[in-house]
Ligand binder design. Sequence first.
Ligand code: GDD
Ligand code: MN
Length: 357
Amino acid sequence: MMDKDPLISIIIPTYNEAENIADLIESLERNFKKHNLNDFEIIVVDDNSPDRTWKIVEELSSSDRRIRLVKRINERGLASAVLKGISESRGEYILIMDADFQHPPEIAPKLVKSAINENADIVVASRYIKGGGVEGWSKVRLFISKFATFLAYAAVRESRYTTDPLSGFFVVRKSFVEKRKLNPRGYKILLEIIARNPPWKPKVIDIPYVFGNRRSGKSKLGANTIVNYLLHLLDLSTITKFAIVGFLGTLINLGIMDLVMKLSKSYDLGSVLGIETSILGNFVLNDIWTFRKKLSGKAMARLAGYHGSSLGSAITTYVTMKILHVFLGINPLLGQLIGILAGFAVNYSLSSRVIWR
Ligand code: GDD
Ligand code: MN
């Protein structure tokens, strides 16, 4: 018989945590009981750890029906493990935390309590508010972490809802993540959850904690996590992608103009053909990359619309070039570049409003 759904699902991703997992589960059960929160399940998502972490969980789950093991055989990865746990969860509130005691189990019930009592969508355990911190980190490591947070703030507006968007220790209301596509390659799962948000602003609460030392075993996150993080940020940041496309378009524009001027001796023709070629190139790149997930209607209609929304910046480019050249004697290519920059802001605001809403 299936039990009724629990209020809380605690999700713990594990890879080689045999020395930590039993103690952590015991400590969680004790701490939740202390706060009179007994209606929970604990889901451990293990990727077939060589140290047989899963075996320990399997045994615990046979005597405690609140404990569940999800064992993945052919997959590896922290973010995808967390997403797997979410899809298996039955609770109204989902708590995600590490197995190595760097996320103190005493804080866990407080996060859930605050989500329930204050009706929050997300409660983040934060290292970067008063009362929070990190234990045993070098200045360099702290700087990298803060810089990574700064990049998130710059690239993804919604990450500013919390002081610690890179936290791996948080509660989220199930209904907030349920019907949305989250990318398992999105390695910072909280960032992914916040960034792919529904149109309304979620209620987010931060609770301070001190990120402690690992109790046993060692970290699994290596240097490639930094690269993955940057790629993830780029994936979430439409404006950055749009800017990169714009930069490439500028090169195309000037390159074609230069070529046409050499062939035809007409800078007017060069300007116009440069502009049109870059519009076509930008359209293709934005369509297959920048706004890939937001396509609506037919491609031809988007292309026509993009021409319409580019009209302002195209005219701005040509007119600026012409004026600078005729009245100030500025080189047409340089004039074109200045014109392109002037038209850029107009183009972004129109495109994101009209074509790729
Ligand atoms: N299932 C599964 N698969 N679990 C994994 C995997 C994996 O491939 N890799 C790591 N885990 C589990 C670990 O067993 C641990 O419970 C948790 O995920 C965190 O892994 P650590 O290796 O301890 O990561 P960390 O301490 O370097 O990083 C933590 O702190 C960062 C803050 O600086 C994580 O919580 C990060 O998300 C967090 O940003
Ligand atoms: Mn850790």
